[in-house]
Ligand binder design. Structure first.
Ligand SMILES: [Zn+2]
Length: 293
C-alpha cells in the first residue's frame, strides 16, 4: 500500500477510515445524469434531469429549442464526472453492496453504507447535496457534468461502475465526494490520489496528483477546514486500495471533505451555507486544474 510518508499508526487509522467511508453502491444502476451549463441539476427538487437524458450540446435537441443552451465559459469544452459517495438505499441492501466486484488487482465490496455524524447526518446525504452544488458551480463555468447517481434513494452503483462512468464520459477530471468516519478527536479534510498500481493506474497517477493539489489548495482556503490531523500528510493521501481510483482511466481523486465523527467538522458539514461555499471552492480547484497547460 504505497502510503507515502504515513506512519504505521496513521496507516491503520486510514484503513479504518476507508472501511467506514470509501465505496460505492449496488446493482440498481441509474443511467448517469448529464447536465450542462444551461441545465439546472436541481430542477424538480429530488433528482434533477431525468436519468440518461443528456442535456449537453451533443444530444439535447430539446434544450436547443428552448434557446437556453450555452456552451460558453472557461470550461466549455470540459467534462467533469462527480461521484457522490455511497447512496441512501445501501443500508437496506446488504446483499447487493457486500458482493465483491473488481477493484483493481483484487476485489472489494460493491459499496458501503458510509459514515454518519453523531447528530445523525448521513454521509450519503452530504455527498449528494454537496455534489449538486459542485455541479451547479462547474456548469456555470460551462462544463459538462456527469453524476454517477441520480438521487439519494438508490443502491450503488458499485465502485467499478462508478469508475466506468468517468471512463466512458472521457472525463477531463473526476472527483468522488466523501466525508470521513474518522476518530472523533481528529479534524480536517484530505484528498486521496491514486498510488501506482501496476497495470492499472500508471497513466493517471501524475495528473491525478495535480488535480488533488489544486483541489486541496482551493478547498483549504474556501472551506475554512484544516488539513486532516489524524491521517495523510498535509491533506494529501495516496492509496492503492480504492477500486474507484484503481479502475479509473481518467484523472481522479477522492475528497474526504471533513470528519463526520468530529463535532466541529460535523457542524460545518451539516451547514447549508458552508456547503455552498465549500462546493464553490472545490469547483475553483477543479477549474484551476482544467485550465492548466
Ligand atoms: Zn465515504
Amino acid at each position: 500500500m504505497a502510503r507515502g510518508t504515513s506512519l504505521i499508526a496513521v496507516a491503520v487509522l486510514a484503513s479504518l477510515a476507508s472501511t467506514a467511508c470509501s465505496a460505492v453502491a449496488g446493482d440498481d444502476r441509474p443511467e448517469p445524469r448529464v447536465t450542462d451549463a444551461a441545465g439546472d441539476p436541481r430542477a424538480g427538487g429530488e433528482g434533477g434531469a431525468p436519468a440518461g437524458a443528456p442535456t449537453d450540446g451533443s444530444g439535447g435537441d430539446g434544450d436547443k429549442s428552448e434557446g437556453k443552451r450555452t456552451s460558453k465559459g472557461p470550461l466549455a469544452d470540459m467534462t467533469v464526472v462527480i461521484d457522490p459517495g455511497h447512496n441512501g438505499g445501501n443500508e437496506d441492501a446488504p446483499d447487493e453492496i457486500n458482493k465483491l466486484v473488481p477493484a483493481g488487482p483484487s476485489k472489494k465490496e460493491c459499496d458501503t453504507v458510509g459514515a454518519e455524524s453523531n447528530g445523525g447526518y448521513a454521509e450519503h446525504a452530504f455527498t449528494w447535496d454537496f455534489s449538486q452544488r459542485l455541479a451547479d458551480r462547474l456548469e456555470a463555468e460551462g462544463a459538462t457534468v456527469v453524476l454517477t447517481r441520480d438521487d439519494d434513494k438508490g443502491v450503488g452503483p458499485c465502485i467499478n461502475e462508478r469508475a466506468k462512468i468517468g471512463n466512458d464520459a472521457e472525463a477531463d477530471a473526476a472527483i468522488s465526494i466523501h466525508a470521513d468516519g474518522g476518530p472523533a478527536s481528529g479534524r480536517g479534510f484530505h484528498l486521496i490520489a491514486p498510488g501506482e498500481v501496476e497495470g492499472f493506474t500508471e497513466d493517471i497517477v501524475e495528473p491525478s496528483r495535480q488535480l488533488a493539489k489544486d483541489v486541496r489548495a482551493a478547498y483549504r482556503e474556501g472551506s475554512g477546514l484544516p488539513y486532516a490531523d489524524y491521517l495523510a500528510e498535509d491533506g494529501l493521501d495516496e492509496r492503492t486500495d480504492l477500486g474507484g481510483l484503481n479502475l479509473s482511466t481518467v484523472p481522479k481523486v477522492f475528497l474526504e471533505a471533513g470528519n463526520m465523527r468530529n463535532p466541529a467538522d460535523a457542524k460545518k458539514l451539516a451547514d447549508e451555507e458552508w456547503r455552498e461555499e465549500a462546493a464553490g471552492a472545490v469547483a475553483e480547484g477543479i477549474a484551476r486544474y482544467l485550465q492548466r497547460d
